[in-house]
Ligand binder design. Structure first.
Ligand SMILES: *[C@@H]1O[C@H](CO)[C@@H](O)[C@H](O)[C@H]1NC(C)=O
Length: 480
């Protein structure tokens, strides 16, 4: 997969897209055999009463630690990739153990096996929006809470939502838009600000790799300039071939891949290993390129998946998420990774992947002119300044996505935590506990747990006074 992703915390190695790579997946999720899988009948369109279609939405239910009397409900939000059951030592399950809670994880529409339409035509993808995804969560969580209330004779319970990357944004937006359904949120690497020209990403890749010494970014910059010179020569196909693709392609697509070679490690907490490896080879261009080629191979990066030809394919394939995620970026969210623009910061990718490349990429992928209006989106969701309460925003100090998230705020009801340590990057707090974890990470997790403990107490006090579903809606107002 590519490095890109944003999203899956762990999903996207591919393009430093939001999702994560396999290595991260293994730290976060159960194997398929150990999973408790269920299906929920969901509305296709929450905003059009004339559209009556439904689809099957996959979810996981981890109920073995739950005490119905005292245990909170955790809504684990999946995003731009296949949803897998959170592992027994992942942070959300550790929270469930600590508080005797229950965790339900809902797969996002159009990803993994949750496929509402028969193909991914551009027309069908109109049902793929964060608004629909949030309404799916509201519908699902409300009905589950009602079911638990009836079955166990407990108050109608609100949820704590948890998510990382794009689901981190959803987690914050959900608490903001549906406070009668969720009373608190953990937004890990939550990219709540839509940004079309996201050059801060590339800038952070420079800052993060510089932690290994200036030679690391310098060698990479030398390499990408060299690669660019080959692309501009008569031998351009050789450049693509070197990285495993033997047809011609658009320059920007290739440069996106080249940028991901270094962005991936910075995003996924592999910066130290990547830089150490890069600096260990001789300072000779052939050796540096060979190192990068091997690095891409080991990470499972596939150059073909960076082409619009690949993302234009409308056939559903459970293992793919590039077309759907690209749609979300082209339609609503942006986050297009362009070269650094800040003064004194050298770009970590070739210079010409600017917005016009991305506009063209969206058009070639979807066959229509579609490009995000970030201001419009941000006016609806509040970007970095939502008028909300009880949201914890965590970010890894090396994560290039942190500039689309909340790392500081004037709102005393929002709690930003920047986890600043070596190789602490995208969604780092959501992973399982490991003996090698930095003290800053361990401390952040225990701080989050302490804050949740207090918020859960507040909620239970309120629940005793207003136990029914109708009265649940009053809780939020009265808790201010
Ligand atoms: C489109 O995607 C499907 C599913 O992954 C694949 O089987 C098919 O070969 C692809 N078509 C083209 C033209 O690449």
């Amino acid at each position: 997969m590519k490095l890109i992703a944003i999203a899956l915390c762990l999903l996207a190695l591919s393009s430093a897209k939001l999702w994560k790579n396999q290595m991260e997946d293994d730290k976060l999720f159960e194997t398929e055999e150990n999973s408790n899988v269920f299906w929920y009948d969901q509305r296709l369109d929450h905003f059009n009463p004339q559209q009556e279609g439904t689809f099957k939405q996959r979810y996981y239910d981890i109920d073995q630690y739950w005490d119905p009397e005292t245990g909170p409900l955790f809504l684990y939000i999946c995003g731009e990739g296949t949803c897998r059951q959170p592992a027994d030592n992942s942070f959300v399950v550790n929270l469930a153990k600590k508080f005797n809670g229950r965790v339900l994880a809902l797969e996002h529409r159009f990803y993994g096996e949750t496929q509402p339409t028969e193909d991914w035509s551009t027309e069908n993808l109109r049902f793929l929006t964060p608004d629909q995804g949030l309404a799916d969560l509201a519908q699902f969580a409300t009905e589950k809470s009602r079911e638990f209330s009836e079955k166990h004779g407990i108050p109608h319970r609100r949820w704590i939502c948890v998510g990382g990357s794009y689901p981190g944004a959803l987690s914050a937006w959900f608490r903001y838009k549906y406070p009668h359904v969720a009373f608190a949120s953990l937004s890990s690497s939550g990219v709540v600000k839509a940004i079309a020209d996201y050059h801060e990403y590339d800038e952070q890749v420079f800052f993060s790799t510089s932690k290994s010494g200036s030679e690391c970014p310098e060698r990479f910059i030398k390499a990408h300039k060299y690669i660019e010179s080959i692309v501009n020569s008569d031998n351009r196909i050789e450049a693509f071939k070197t990285f495993g693709y033997d047809k011609d392609m658009v320059d920007g697509e290739f440069y996106y891949f080249i940028g991901d070679l270094v962005a991936g490690p910075a995003q996924y907490g592999g910066r130290t290993d990547f830089c150490n490896g890069l600096m260990a080879v001789e300072d000779d261009m052939d050796q540096i390129i060979e190192y990068l080629v091997n690095f891409a191979k080991q990470g499972g990066m596939n150059l073909e998946t960076y082409t619009a030809e690949f993302t234009a394919n409308t056939t559903i394939d459970y293992s793919k998420n590039m077309r759907q995620w690209t749609y979300q970026t082209c339609a609503n969210l942006g986050y297009f990774q362009t070269p650094a623009k800040a003064e004194g910061v050298p770009p970590m990718r070739p210079a010409n992947i600017e917005l016009d490349f991305w506009e063209d990429f969206c058009e070639r992928t979807f066959g229509i002119n579609i490009f995000p209006d970030a201001d419009h989106w941000n006016s609806r969701y509040g970007a970095k300044t939502p008028a909300a309460t009880k949201i914890i925003f965590t970010n890894g100090g090396e994560d290039p996505w942190q500039h689309a998230s909340v790392t500081e705020t004037d709102n005393p009801h929002l709690i930003p935590i920047v986890i600043d340590c070596d190789d602490c990057a995208h969604c780092v707090d959501l992973h399982g506990d490991f003996p090698t974890d930095a003290p800053e990470l361990t401390e952040a997790r225990s701080r989050i747990a302490d804050i949740f403990e207090k918020w859960i107490q507040d909620e239970y006090t309120m629940e005793k006074t207003f136990p029914s579903e109708a009265m649940a809606n009053l809780r939020e107002l009265l808790s201010k």
